[in-house]
Design a protein around this ligand. Structure first.
Ligand code: HEC
Ligand code: HEC
Length: 382
């Protein structure tokens, strides 16, 4: 009973009232001599288990910014051809991925990368893209717009186009007092920060509202454990990297990037090395969130695995050695490792199946159906 009460108290989400006051103040100071400061997002909340988060001081979360950002996110006018919006590759029903092996943009050429799920972006590494090359959501937002293979849009042309739209003129004025590249980036980032997923079956379980099935519970235990033969602890080792309530690593530096053994030395992609120039970062990619992973196939930075069964087969017996392979993977084995033996977790078929059953508890149906995240241009007809 006490446990249940604690869970309830835990649930008392961090209604960020203090933070809102801070937003209001920064918003006001920064707004300077404009007459009406934008409205702080009062009811923005997040489960305390997710941990602390930071919103940039120069881009406080406001009702107006989020509303504008949502519109921009769904507006095909952001692309040069007026045919593609952010939502073309980030579809809400698929937890903001696109179901393709690698994304296809304005040029029609498949891109190098699988499109990434946009969920709980306030937590986890504050470096964006598979190789971490964007240092903030604001910095990320303009990149796909300009990229010739993605949205292929000239930013000045975009601003000119937005200026001819009376509704945008008002929305930008209210949110940022101007139409500018910075305002476009800040609005998109604000909308993305509100994409909080916190009501999967696993969240409900953590809050004491539901029970897991025997298979899911077995999978949860394996997911959370690093195998240790000495104490007969079997484990899948997943939490070592997919940490922080299954966002991905922590926000400090390049924590949350690693090499999970997809390719051998010769085929290793550059990964994080592109961003840092450090050869020790070769082949390291962002550890993606596993929230809604049931909906985000195909998997990995290049979409090479079509199913979760293939993913588990990879971690169990498909690991390819390379110099930067994570030691957390290289060491993990549920049997005594023989000399010269391949890297393998040695999980049973049932163990792999149960880990997948657990992964399916991370699906948040409310998140993918939340009307606040849906296309604002679609007028529902009675
Ligand atoms: C043509 C498809 C496509 C379009 C259009 C697109 N994206 Fe993406 N998005 C991707 C792909 C692919 C990646 C991963 C790319 C990479 O790592 O280089 C990505 C990555 C991201 C990330 C990084 C997430 C993370 O966890 O690191 C964010 C944020 C994002 N996109 C937001 C947007 C926004 C905002 C827009 C519209 C301005 C947009 N995307 C338009 C395909 C697309
Ligand atoms: C050493 C760190 C590490 C460990 C341990 C690890 N992962 Fe991963 N995981 C990653 C990285 C890094 C990626 C992305 C790799 C890439 O695309 O290049 C990833 C990708 C994934 C993906 C694909 C998600 C997507 O959206 O594309 C799934 C699913 C996944 N891991 C599940 C697991 C499971 C289940 C376990 C435990 C059996 C596990 N991982 C253990 C680091 C790790």
């Amino acid at each position: 009973m006490a446990e249940r009460r604690d869970a309830r108290r835990g649930r008392t989400a961090v209604v960020v009232s203090l933070a809102s006051a801070a937003f209001a103040l920064t918003g006001y100071l920064w707004w300077g001599n404009h007459e009406l400061p934008p409205t702080p997002l009062a009811e923005f909340e997040a489960p305390f288990v997710f941990g602390r988060f930071n919103v940039p001081a120069d881009n406080p979360l406001t009702v107006e910014a989020v509303q504008l950002g949502r519109r921009l996110f769904y507006d095909p006018r952001l692309s040069g051809t007026n045919a593609l919006s952010c939502a073309t590759c980030h579809v809400q029903a698929l937890a903001f991925t696109d179901g393709k092996r690698t994304a296809i943009g304005a040029s029609g050429r498949p891109l190098d990368f699988n499109s990434m799920s946009l969920t709980n972006l306030l937590w986890g590494p504050q470096r964006f893209f598979w190789n971490g090359r964007a240092a903030s959501l604001e910095a990320q937002a303009l990149q796909p717009i300009e990229h010739p293979d993605e949205m292929d849009q000239d930013l000045d042309a975009l601003l000119a186009e937005l200026e001819t739209d009376a509704q945008y003129v008002v929305l930008f004025e209210r949110a940022y007092g101007e139409i500018s590249q910075t305002a476009v980036a800040r609005a998109l980032a604000s909308f993305e920060r509100t994409l909080v997923s916190a009501n999967s079956k696993y969240d409900q379980y953590l809050r004491g509202e539901t029970k897991l099935t025997a298979e899911e519970e077995h999978g949860r235990k394996l997911f959370m454990a690093h195998p240790d033969i000495k104490v007969s602890l079997r484990g899948g080792n997943c939490i070592d990297c997919h940490s922080q309530f299954l966002t991905s690593g922590f926000s400090t530096a390049y924590d949350g990037f690693s090499n999970n053994g997809l390719d051998a030395e010769e085929e290793l992609g550059e990964g994080l090395q592109v961003t840092t120039g450090d050869p020790a970062h070769r082949g390291m990619f962002k550890v993606p969130t596993l929230r809604n992973v049931e909906l985000t196939a195909p998997y990995m930075h290049d979409g090479r695995f079509a199913t979760l069964e293939e993913v588990l087969a990879h971690y169990d017996h498909g690991i390819k050695p390379s110099r930067t392979l994570s030691p957390l993977i290289a060491e993990a084995d549920n049997r005594v490792k023989g000399v010269d033996q391949d890297i393998s977790l040695h999980l049973t078929v049932t163990e792999q199946r149960d880990i997948i059953a657990f992964l399916r508890t991370l699906t948040d149906r409310d998140f993918v159906a939340n009307p606040a995240f849906a296309n604002p241009f679609v007028v529902s007809t009675p």
